[in-house]
Write a protein that binds this ligand. Structure first.
Ligand code: XIL
Length: 406
């Protein structure tokens, strides 16, 4: 009796629900879910460009973006929301001076990570590219103190930055699992030393002058790792401390004894990491390889050599900002270009999977819709594994294939 009743119910209900019109052709392939394919312990992440995108109440909310993000990634990093622009000024009262920092934007990203069980990477504490104007414009050399100071309060810049590192790390204690403490302190031309010094007259309009190098000294990266380590210890946060840079992935395997003539930027950066390791009070866990690549670049032996070099130092690596740009000059990418790009993504994925001291890979965004490339690299674009319509590209399927083959 019960059987007959169920059958009757099905006859009545199925057409109403539209099941009767089930397509004869096979179902479309299930969408790729990268994070489910990565082995335990390896991170797969993406930079999120704008917290408006991940806040449903905002006009820019993009449901498809959210879906793809949560489906594929177990880690996020804020593309801009944690950068030095949040540092709004210095306020002084009876009890001394303190930094004024606007955490509102960054907090929303952190809350999103928490709510969705995503790991949050912190980018970045000390970066010469994002020195706030209120600070650089009011910095002068104090001959009496023999140091660069913030003019309104006469405090050394060193003290301000130290407090800033403390304030930001303390604010995100327990939320950020890994910090880029210093970004891009090594110049990209031989001999890969510091960037040119900062000069208030000539440098305001150019990017490649290092404010921190001038006002704090050439050892500011080491100092920053001393400060960051102290805060991490005091707060018990247990975050990992990273140095991050670009063009530092290709190591030719030839050791240059001593630090005076590094042959590649990769070598110069690993020398810096070594110096940080041997600075009293400092601590470093690893080095970030930004990996803003050109489509067609293949990672292999040179990157594995590099990983071994770091392994000997007891340091980890992380691919922090992967994209693989295509020269478009107003055109759409060709199939060939997309195939080349797919090979790039597959090679980086294989490197991450096959190298024990690589923690994982983070992409600098995931859809061409919001990528930084067209705005920053004229003529180039389409560097990410989802296109501007947020559809998967060959690069995504190539990553999937590399993961399944592993
Ligand atoms: C870029 C962002 O993607 C842009 O939106 C912003 O306008 C400039 O900075 N290396 C880094 C990142 O470490 O912080 C940079 O991000 C890209 C290069």
């Amino acid at each position: 009796m019960r059987l007959r009743f169920t059958a009757l119910l099905a006859v009545l209900l199925v057409p109403a629900l539209g099941w009767a019109a089930a397509p004869a052709k096979p179902l479309a392939k299930a969408p790729v879910a990268l994070k489910t394919l990565f082995p335990q312990g390896k991170l797969i992440g993406a930079a999120v460009g704008n917290d408006a995108i991940i806040t449903p109440s905002n006009a820019h909310y993009d449901a498809a973006y959210n879906r793809t993000l949560l489906q594929n990634f177990n880690t996020i990093v804020a593309e801009n929301a944690f950068k030095g622009w949040i540092w709004k000024g210095r306020a002084c009262g009876e009890r001394g001076c303190h930094n004024v920092i606007d955490f509102s934007h960054a907090d929303r990203i952190a809350a999103f990570a928490r709510a969705n069980h995503l790991r949050l990477r912190g980018h970045v504490l000390v970066y010469y590219h994002v020195v706030p104007a209120w600070l650089s414009q009011q910095t002068k050399y104090d001959a009496k103190q023999r140091t660069w100071v913030y003019a309104p309060t006469h405090e050394p810049i060193r003290v301000l930055l130290r407090d800033y590192v403390r304030d930001v790390m303390t604010h995100f204690k327990g939320q950020v699992f890994e910090w880029d403490v210093v970004n891009e302190a090594v110049s990209d031309k031989a001999p890969f030393g510091p960037w040119p010094a900062w000069n208030p007259e000539t440098c305001s309009a150019t990017q490649h002058c290092d404010f921190w190098e001038t006002t704090i000294g050439p050892s500011y990266p080491e100092r920053a790792f001393v400060w960051a380590n102290a805060v991490d210890q005091q707060t018990g946060a247990g975050a990992q401390l990273f140095y991050n840079d670009y063009n530092n992935d290709a190591y030719n395997g030839i050791d240059d004894p001593g630090f005076s003539h590094p042959l590649t930027k990769a070598e110069a950066v690993s020398d810096l990491a070594y110096k940080i390791q041997h600075t009293p009070g400092a601590h470093i866990d690893g080095v970030g390889l930004q990996a803003h690549l050109k489509a067609g670049t293949i990672w292999g032996k040179r990157q594995r050599n590099l990983a071994r070099r770091y392994q000997k130092l007891g340091l980890d690596l992380m691919v922090t900002e992967l994209d693989a740009r295509i020269p478009l000059y107003g055109k759409r990418p060709t199939r060939r270009q997309l195939r080349q790009q797919a090979r790039t993504y597959a090679s980086v994925t294989r490197f991450v999977l096959g190298t024990p001291n690589v923690q994982g890979m983070l992409l600098w965004g995931f859809t061409d819709r919001y990528s930084w490339i067209p705005r920053w690299q004229h003529g180039w674009g389409a560097g990410l594994p989802f296109n501007a319509q947020e559809q998967p590209k060959p690069a995504l399927f190539a990553m999937e294939k590399a993961l399944r083959a592993h």
